[in-house]
Design a protein around this ligand. Structure first.
Ligand SMILES: Nc1ncnc2c1ncn2[C@@H]1O[C@H](COP(=O)(O)OP(=O)(O)O)[C@@H](O)[C@H]1O
Ligand SMILES: [Mg+2]
Length: 453
């Protein structure tokens, strides 16, 4: 009885508050004007003050969009520089109750505790804000923060998921038939390898009979070794010399496709009805930067190279990568390059030029963002794992990439693991003693030899 009275009273009080707050208009435009004033974004010229003029305020399903005309002497960058102040100024200081809050509350004995938790959560609620430069200054104030954890999902055909944008929680896909090569960037631990896993598993679900992987994991195999024994994996490399073999192999099979197409009098695999698509995936392409090679000296004896330096190996890798990027599109070869390094020519120029899709997670500064996106922006992403900018020639989105876990990966690969006995590996390794490959490569060599010899 007491419990019922308390809950009824609590609900009554909250419902009244909610009704009151519904009648009052959101006061963000007044707040914004105040922020512009106190931060000096409005311009004083003698007695005159030129203000940031509100042209339009539009209520959207996701929040409110404000459109401003900038005063003389101010640019979009001036406002962007005050982004943190604007965001902090719009943060909640008073709790506003809404009808939907009560729908989520359950009539249990914990109701008071639940209300307290909800109150605290609402009080610390920070509104997500976005500034857009669109001739006018556009400020978007969102009702709900964007999703921070998006469960993995598969795409369809050659389309793989990229993530979910804020507007109407729309899911965005990358169609490898339209955008063959992509570049992934971002500081370490923000989601590059997770995304590589996401796309590999999506392709295993949607195109298991047509997809071929050429994998290069220069982080010692921690990221891609799950795929080592897949029937779809043509080759896998963990060291630069192995990477060179893998790239050479991919390049050679690309030339084979080219020959086939020539015979058929066709220009593209799509026209020739060739269904196979090859994915060359390099996790940490920065490890193939020849400028950083320690061993720079080739040793040639009697006109024969007896030692190929690390620098030469990496240069050759970059040459193959460039060739694949240039010719691969019509031949069904796709290249995915990931890097954490935000400086210089980590990604060969040709590869970057031919990559129409760029996915960039949070980076330390504008220069690093420029390396991946050819523009700043990724340094201003919130400190959220999996949050990224997805850029194509026509579109640019901020999105949350899906998070994959080991269960999903194992379900995706289990059907395609090919059993290889130890004897098979050893036999093949013996055949290739000349090449004296490290132990880790013996497995991949088996596959490579059967495909390209
Ligand atoms: N899309 C995502 N959503 C949520 N958390 C993520 C996402 N991607 C990565 N993470 C988290 O960040 C960690 C590091 O991700 P990882 O892909 O290994 O980063 P990177 O390869 O950029 O160094 C993961 O272990 C995971 O906990
Ligand atoms: Mg990684």
């Amino acid at each position: 009885m007491i419990f019922e009275t308390v809950t009824t009273l609590a609900f009554g009080a909250l419902a009244l508050k909610a009704r009151l707050s519904q009648t009052g208009e959101s006061n963000d435009s007044a707040k914004l004007q105040k922020i512009f004033n106190v931060t000096g974004l409005n311009v004083k010229d003698g007695k005159e003050t030129y203000t940031t003029q509100l042209v339009k305020r539009k209520v959207q399903p996701w929040g409110v969009e404000y459109k401003y005309r900038l005063p003389l002497g101010r640019s979009f960058e001036d406002y962007q520089a005050k982004f943190k102040t604007i965001e902090a100024g719009l943060a909640t200081r008073r709790v506003k109750w809404e009808i939907k809050d009560f729908r989520e509350l359950k009539l249990t004995k914990d109701i008071i505790k639940d209300i307290q938790t909800l109150y605290k959560k609402k009080l610390s609620h920070k509104k997500e804000v976005e500034l857009v430069d669109d001739n006018f200054l556009i400020i978007r104030v969102y009702n709900e923060p964007m999703v921070t954890e998006l469960p993995w999902f598969a795409g369809t055909g050659w389309k793989v998921p990229v993530g979910q944008i804020r507007e109407q929680n729309k899911k965005i896909f990358l169609d490898f038939e339209k955008i063959p090569h992509i570049v992934l960037g971002g500081a370490t631990r923000y989601g590059k390898s997770n995304y590589i896993n996401t796309l590999i598993c999506s392709l295993l679900y949607t195109k298991p009979n047509c997809v071929k992987f050429h994998l290069i994991d220069l982080k010692g195999g921690v990221e891609l070794s799950d795929y080592e024994n897949l029937e779809q994996t043509v080759s896998i490399a963990y060291e630069p010399e192995e990477a060179l073999e893998t790239l050479k192999g991919a390049y050679n099979s690309m030339l084979e496709v080219q020959k086939r197409l020539k015979k058929l009098g066709k220009k593209k695999v799509q026209d020739a009805g060739i269904e196979e698509r090859h994915f060359i995936i390099i996790d940490e392409v920065g490890e193939l930067n020849p400028d950083e090679a320690v061993d720079k000296k080739d040793i040639v004896k009697d006109g024969v190279m007896i030692h190929k330096s690390e620098k030469t190996i990496k240069l050759e890798c970059q040459l193959y990568m460039s060739k694949i990027a240039r010719l691969g599109a019509g031949l069904g070869f796709r290249q995915i390059l990931a890097t954490q390094y935000g400086t210089g020519d980590i990604i060969p120029r040709q590869c970057k030029q031919n990559s129409d899709g760029k996915l960039c997670f949070r980076v330390q500064n504008g220069t690093a963002s420029n390396v991946v996106l050819n523009g700043e922006g990724a340094e201003k992403l919130p400190d959220i794992k999996g949050r990224a900018i997805w850029q194509t020639p026509t579109k640019k989105f901020i999105l949350q990439t899906p998070l994959i876990n080991s269960t999903v990966i194992h379900q995706a690969i289990e059907k395609y693991i090919v059993e290889k006995t130890k004897e098979e590996v050893n036999e093949s390794a013996n055949e290739n003693t000349k090449t004296s490959k490290p132990q880790t490569r013996k497995h991949s060599l088996v596959i490579e030899e059967t495909r390209f010899s």
